[in-house]
Design a protein around this ligand. Structure first.
Ligand code: 5AD
Ligand code: SF4
Length: 475
């Protein structure tokens, strides 16, 4: 039997047979956030978190299916766990997240080491599933939900610097981009009760956290009207509609209630981000001036085949509007090369769009066919691997050039930096981010993690600003 926790906070007592668990998260920030929910559920039944896999009796891999390579990484990890299972028969392995949802029971057949398969909406069932394993039964729950948001669970921040935290505000995605597996693995879009969002942030702030990132596949389409799927908004009562809360209102509420906390959000979809979101960002100093605005391609023909709900012109108009309303706003992107049927001209359109926007940074990928998506069913994966790779290298090179040029513009100016960790390259330097989400590195002097510093920028690479702190701010 799994042991129960006894009044942990007051007496730090646990029944001695408490089990240790580890969670390894792959893929997006939403998985990191979900792992904290799972950790909280496990702690409530007496499990203790451990950093060490070989020391744990339960290891959970929170998986990603976005590209084939992400799935291969998980399979390799499962392979590496076999040696532990050989020595310790009580060692249990669970898979959570998107790959669990995609493969369902098949996961147990394909990877014999797996004991537990749990989809993104079924984490509350983990305690029961663990019992099923003990009875020798299969433990699979991949039901998707209309209203699960885990809003009432206080995430257990087991892998934290105590400064930055993710707060999920919505789950699922209704966009159905033709290349994307997410709508199948994470279900329909639903928003979380703003009261529970505010309560979670309040708790974080009380515990010393300085920066909160609001998370959703599609934050700008956040809409609270009393629960349920976003698509059912039209069926809501008049009073529900009247009292509904959209993303700009939520952002305003969070910024006003926590004026000393830095607020970020991700991910934005071009068709959903509206003027009020931008004016709300401009109005509040504590909302960071950065928008992650995936575009995926610069070709209208490809955008249409991707079922993106904007043209390249509409996207560029939006970028111009952002720059007008928030002149120092950092803008980043996601881009896919080699979507089925992508020609050299389409690729040139992508390079052209990048040349017009001059993004600060971006995440660039080769198209990876995902089973069951509309693109996989309707379009042949025609672009050869070498061509995808060549185009990817070209867009990465162009992005690095733009990043370097954009970052060089900071030289001689001051950036407000929240200190997050030690620089990877030097024990004598701190590393933090400025509001535009750019890494800033500078000598530690008397500063400490969690401090805000005004850093004068002296030089840059294409990913990092390097400078010297001149004073604290927000003291
Ligand atoms: N192939 C390659 N990249 C993909 N992405 C989503 N699906 C795929 C796919 N099938 C990328 C998109 C998205 C980011 C999270 O991952 O750029 O914005
Ligand atoms: Fe996938 Fe498109 Fe939804 Fe992003 S918006 S999660 S790319 S379907």
């Amino acid at each position: 039997m799994i042991s129960k926790t006894l009044d942990v906070k007051k007496k730090n007592i646990r029944i001695s047979n408490s089990k240790k668990f580890t969670i390894v998260s792959y893929g997006c920030q939403m998985n990191v956030s979900d792992s904290e929910v799972v950790a909280s559920i496990l702690k409530s039944i007496g499990y203790i978190y451990s950093h060490n896999i070989s020391d744990s009796e339960l290891v959970l891999l929170n998986t990603c299916s976005i590209r084939e390579k992400a799935e291969q990484t998980v399979r390799k990890k499962l392979e590496s766990l076999k040696s532990i299972k050989k020595i310790n028969k009580n060692f249990k392995v669970g898979v959570l997240g998107c790959m669990a949802e995609r493969l369902k029971e098949k996961f147990l057949e394909e990877e014999k080491i797996v004991d537990l398969v749990v989809g993104p909406d079924a984490y509350r069932d983990i305690p029961n599933l663990l019992k099923e394993i003990e009875y020798g039964n299969d433990a699979v729950n991949v039901l998707l939900s209309k209203d699960e948001t885990y809003g009432d669970i206080n995430p257990s921040r087991f892998n934290t610097n105590g400064i930055n935290a993710f707060v999920s505000i919505a789950r699922g995605c209704d966009n159905m981009c033709t290349f994307c597996i997410v709508p199948f693995t994470r279900g329909r879009e639903r928003s979380r009760d703003p009261k529970s969002i505010l309560a979670e942030i309040y708790d974080l702030v009380e515990n010393g956290y300085k920066e909160v990132t609001l998370l959703g596949q599609n934050v700008d389409s956040y809409l609270w009207f009393g629960g349920g799927l976003k698509k059912d908004f039209n069926k809501a009562s008049d009073i529900q509609k009247k009292t509904s809360l959209n993303f700009s209102k939520l952002l305003d509420l969070v910024a006003k209630n926590f004026p000393k906390t830095r607020i970020r959000f991700t991910t934005s979809n071009p068709q959903d981000i509206n003027d009020t979101v931008l004016t709300t960002m401009a109005k509040h100093d504590n909302i960071c001036n950065h928008i992650h605005l995936p575009v995926q391609s610069g070709s209208d023909r490809i955008l249409k085949k991707m079922n993106r709900k904007h043209s390249s012109k509409e996207y560029l108009n939006l970028v111009n509007k952002i720059k007008k309303i928030i002149p120092d706003c950092g803008i980043s992107h996601d881009m896919i090369t080699g979507f089925p049927g992508e020609t050299e001209n389409d690729h040139l359109d992508t390079l052209n769009l990048m040349n017009k926007v001059k993004y600060d940074f971006g995440f660039m990928f080769k198209y990876s066919e995902r089973p069951g998506t509309l693109a996989a069913r309707k379009f042949e994966d025609t672009v050869k691997e070498e061509v995808k790779q060549k185009r990817l290298s070209e867009i990465i090179d162009l992005q690095l050039k733009h990043s370097f040029e954009n970052l060089a513009k900071y030289i001689g100016f001051n950036s407000n930096v929240l200190i997050e960790k030690e620089s990877k390259k030097s024990h004598d330097h701190w590393c933090g981010r400025n509001p535009q989400n750019i890494m800033v590195v500078f000598p530690k002097e008397n500063f400490k993690i969690g401090d805000y510093a005004v850093v004068k920028i002296l030089t840059n690479t294409s990913t990092t600003l390097i400078g010297k702190a001149i004073k604290n701010y927000k003291e």
